[in-house]
Design a protein around this ligand. Structure first.
Ligand code: CA
Length: 228
């Protein structure tokens, strides 16, 4: 599944190389030459991951990472720092600002993509291609197929994304606002009851396999996906 990846890098050749490799791997790169541009892009829509150069003109990569971590809306965006620095001290400083990983230049495209995949798996499993299986339900993002107790289920595109998000974030309560942010995209102005409509459709689809109980209503709060 395509991840939107914000590349913040002031060296045009490196930025281009990274963007090219991300595209080849099926991702959607967004490029910024500095922290100000990057901030404007993040303001517009949340990326799934940020590749962040340490040394930038103006505000440094570290400053930008701190800014993302300080705000509620951007706090959880996975960050991989890119740097020419190799000293242990710098690595520690980078990770202390809340970066999820740290890659030293020069790096191979293969290494970069592997690190991205590892961080997404850990931090944003809903944007990876890994099949998920919970409570008799199997969802495969590659084939876009869902089965419940071996029965193929028919899901609309929104129900599919909703179920994928639920299955990669089980056993916790999601408010309608959170689901709108994560499944519909932040800054999308949709009424909260739209969520209820799609939950109903999802449950109806799950009913074919007798698995509608996996999607639970948490009174006054939202919804939970649970096999328990
Ligand atoms: Ca740089």
């Amino acid at each position: 599944m395509a991840a939107t990846i914000l590349v913040v890098e002031d060296e045009p050749a490196i930025q281009e190389l990274i963007a090219y490799n991300l595209q080849q791997a099926g991702h959607l790169p967004l490029c910024a030459d500095n922290a100000e541009q990057a901030l404007a892009l993040v303001h517009n829509a949340l990326p799934d991951l940020v590749l962040l150069d340490w040394m930038l003109p103006g505000a440094s990569g570290i400053d930008f990472a701190r800014k993302l971590r300080a705000e509620e809306r951007t706090r959880l965006i996975p960050i991989i720092m890119l740097t020419a620095r190799t000293e242990e001290q710098d690595k520690v400083a980078g990770l202390e600002t809340g970066a999820d990983d740290y890659i030293t230049k020069p790096f191979s495209p293969r290494e970069l993509l592997a690190r991205i995949k590892a961080v997404l798996r850990r931090r944003a499993p809903q944007v990876t291609d890994d099949a998920v299986e919970i409570g008799g339900l199997v969802l495969d993002p590659v084939t876009h197929r869902v089965t419940g107790n071996w029965v193929p289920l028919e899901l609309g595109p929104t129900e599919f994304r909703l179920l994928h998000y639920f299955m990669t974030h089980p056993e916790r309560v999601h408010s309608r606002a959170q689901l709108l942010d994560k499944v519909w995209g932040d800054h999308v102005f949709v009424e909260e009851r739209t969520v209820d409509v799609h939950i109903r459709r999802l449950r109806k689809a799950l009913q074919t396999a007798g698995l509608e109980r996996l999607v639970q209503t948490v009174r006054g709060t939202g919804y939970r996906f649970s096999a328990a």
